[in-house]
Design a protein around this ligand. Sequence first.
Ligand SMILES: Cc1cc2nc3c(=O)[nH]c(=O)nc-3n(C[C@H](O)[C@H](O)[C@H](O)COP(=O)(O)OP(=O)(O)OC[C@H]3O[C@@H](n4cnc5c(N)ncnc54)[C@H](O)[C@@H]3O)c2cc1C
Length: 379
Amino acid sequence: MDQETFQLLRESIRRFVEREVVTKAQAWELQGFVPREVLREMGRLGFLGLRYPEEFGGGALDARATALLAEELGRSTFGGFAITVLVHTDMATPHLVNAGSSEQIQRYLPRLVSGELISAVAITEPDAGSDVKAIRTSARRVSPGPGGDWVLNGSKMFITNGALADLYFVAAKTDPAAGSKGISMFMVEKGMPGFSVGRKLDKMGWRSSDTAELVFDDCRVPAANLLGEEGKGFYAVMKNFQNERIAIAAMTMGEAARALELTLEYVRTRKAFGATLWDKQAIRQRLSMLAAKVEAGRQLVLHAASLDAQGGDCVKEVSMAKAYCAELLNDVVYDCLQFHGGFGYLKESTIERMYRDARVQPIGGGATEVMLEEVAKRL
Ligand SMILES: Cc1cc2nc3c(=O)[nH]c(=O)nc-3n(C[C@H](O)[C@H](O)[C@H](O)COP(=O)(O)OP(=O)(O)OC[C@H]3O[C@@H](n4cnc5c(N)ncnc54)[C@H](O)[C@@H]3O)c2cc1C
C-alpha cells in the first residue's frame, strides 16, 4: 500500500469515527453493545474487509492496514466500540480466511465483509485462559470415522461479541490425550441446536462491548463446519494471535495519543497558582516524555506489522509491541487523569472512561507476563 492510499484510508476512517462514533457511542456504553447497523455501515464503506481478497469485497491489504484501522478506532476513545469491530475484522474472521476451504470461505466471507454477519472467537474457558492447551470443551464425532457430524460440550468465558455474533470460531478438544495436537477449530452458527449464550458479563470498562459466556450442551455441528485440519487448531490459534496482538497494540496507541491530545487541551487552559498547568515544567515535561513513548510504541507496532506483511517471523516484535503498548497506555491514562484533577474523576469526563477501558489491555489477548515469556524465549 503506498503512502497516499494509506493516508486516504486513514482520513476516511477518521471521518467516519468522528461522525458516527464519537457523537453516538455514549448511548452504546449505556446499552452495553454496538448496534448492528454501525457494523453494516462500516461494511458498506469497506472497513470490515481491509485484509480480505477483493473478490469477496475486501481490500487485499496487509497487517499495516490492521494497525491503521485499530489505531483510528482507538482514537474514538471508546474502547468498547473499537474492540467490537476489531474482534470481528482481525481476531475472529481471520480464522476462516487462513484455514477455511474455498467452499467455507464462499459460504461466509462475503457476509462477514459486508457486516451482515458478525463474528466472535471463542477460546478462553472458565478454567483456561493464558494456557490455551488446557481447554476442556470437547468435540466428538457423532459416528466414528471421518465425515460425520460433531457434538460439542463445554463452555467458553469472556467472549467478545458473545451475545451479538452470528458466527463463532470455537476451539475444542478433539483428542483429549493429545495436548496441543488435540485441539481443532469449529464454526458454530447462532441457532445450532445445543448452543446458547450464557451470562452477559458486567465489566469495569469496554462497556459498549458485549462480553458473554457461551454454552455447548450436546451442540450438533455439521462435518462441513470443522475448520482446517483436525488437530491443527492450536497452531491456528497461535498464528492468529499475531494479527490479534498487532490490532490490540495499535488500538492502545490510538487511545493513548488521543488521551494525550485531550489532556494537552485541558492543561493549556486550566489555571492554578496564577498560570496554566502547561506553564508548570513538571507537567509539560511528563506529557512530553509520554508523547515520546507513544511515538516509540506506534513505531514498534508498525515495525511488527511490516514484518508480518513481509511474511517473516514476527512473534518477538509482536509480543514486545503488545506488552509495551498495553502497559504504556495505562501509564498514559493514569497521568492524564491526574492532570485533569477532580474533573478527571467524574463519570462525565472522557478520561475517566479511557482509564477504565485501558485496564483490560495488559490482560486480554495475551497477558503482559505471557508476552514477555514469548520475548524471553527469543532473546
Ligand atoms: C473484556 C475481555 C474480553 C475478552 N475477549 C475474549 C474473546 O473474545 N475470546 C476469547 O477467547 N477470550 C477473550 N478474553 C479472554 C482473555 O484473552 C483472557 O482473559 C486472557 O488470555 C487471560 O486469561 P485468564 O483471564 O484466564 O487469566 P489467567 O490465565 O488465569 O492468568 C491470570 C494472570 O496471571 C498472570 N499469568 C498468566 N500466565 C502467566 C505466566 N506464564 N507467567 C507469569 N504470569 C502469568 C497474568 O498476570 C494473568 O493476567 C477476554 C477477556 C476479557 C477480560
